[in-house]
Design a binder for this molecule. Structure first.
Ligand code: GZL
Length: 326
């Protein structure tokens, strides 16, 4: 315990110095946090991810919680290393957004042996490793996929379509959002005989890969494509210029369905080039801080916390959509 306080004091001295330099001091809590939270973030691959990081940093400051946030630059091994550093620092709580669902059991056993609770943020891990974590704070990705599929059925009805050919650009393979968004979407359209999935291809949640995937899909299927279902806005934004370069009007010749709900995608929705954006809020920081404080106080926490989420689409007056903040 004594070593922990020294480590924390050294760490907070740095924080305080940065705090004095970078933002106003919110009173006693900002300079004498009750709690040290270690957070391993996946990277900076999307506006969603950056918005998630900003929100966690802001909420840590609001709650007067000491935050050690490390960026893994899209590498699982960097997340595992960061968690080991948090254990060495004897933080009070560890949180992380697992880039994929498998491969965490060893480091999570080390955290358990050190008596440090682990909170999953945003993404989940495999069932056989979950008992090594305390809880999950993140979206219901399956429901997001269902909402995307249900929108497409309504859209096909409104257009009187008899055949709907779909291409899917998926997020990072073996990640929770990729697997569950795909499952929800496919389940939602399964009973509709008009729906045919021509191909699913991994875009890794990246804008550049979204463009590459779209180029390949257009070269392969051309005007047979009626719908693009993209697992995140970054890949969608990357795909749009490729659709236009091929001579098609996105949002009119090809129905575009995306997920995240960042400002850039909402702006394009308002222009009519995207038809539907399912919200996936990155604002998980408040729930994380409140959960960390409960864990520190030895209180019970909910096993799963899902934020409320909505669908933005051309079925509504998109001019009324408020600024998104990410
Ligand atoms: C979803 C999150 C996903 C976003 C992508 O909660 O895990 O990762 O949809 C991000 O933009 O890369």
């Amino acid at each position: 315990m004594f070593r922990k306080r020294i480590a924390a004091a050294v760490f907070f001295a740095g924080l305080l110095a940065m705090g004095m330099a970078g933002c106003e001091n919110k009173g006693d809590t900002a300079s004498d946090p009750e709690l040290l939270l270690g957070f391993s973030q996946i990277g900076t691959e999307s506006a969603w991810r950056i918005g998630n990081t900003v929100d966690i940093e802001e909420q840590a400051a609001n709650y007067g919680i000491g935050l050690m946030l490390e960026n893994a630059n899209q590498k699982q091994e960097n997340q595992i290393d960061a968690i080991r550093r948090f254990i060495a620092y004897k933080v009070d709580v560890i949180a992380f957004s697992p880039i994929v669902e498998e491969g965490w059991d060893n480091v999570l056993k080390e955290a358990q042996d050190a008596g440090i609770p682990v909170v999953l943020v945003d993404r989940d891990i495999s069932e056989n490793e979950k008992d090594l974590t305390t809880c999950l704070i993140g979206a219901d990705f399956y429901k997001e996929g269902v909402m995307a599929g249900e929108y497409l059925i309504r859209k096909a009805d409104s257009l009187g379509l008899e055949q709907v050919n779909i291409v899917e650009i998926t997020g990072t393979e073996n990640s929770t959002p990729m697997m569950q968004r795909q499952a929800g979407f496919m389940d939602a359209i399964a009973g509709d005989e008009r729906m045919t999935v021509l191909e699913s291809i991994d875009g890794d949640f990246l804008k550049s890969r979204g463009a590459e995937c779209m180029r390949y899909l257009l070269d392969t299927y051309g005007e047979d494509i009626d719908v693009v279902f993209s697992h995140n806005d970054e890949m969608t934004i990357g795909a749009l210029p490729e659709i236009e370069r091929a001579g098609f009007e996105p949002g009119k010749d090809i129905i575009i369905i995306s997920i995240d709900g960042g400002q850039e995608a909402i702006n394009v929705l308002k222009q009519g080039k995207i038809n539907c954006v399912v919200e996936c809020t990155p604002k998980l920081g408040k729930a994380l801080m409140e959960t960390a404080l409960k864990l520190k106080a030895g209180q019970e926490v909910d096993a799963v916390i899902h934020p409320e989420e909505q669908v933005f689409s051309d079925e509504q007056d998109t001019s009324l959509i408020a600024p998104r903040g990410y």
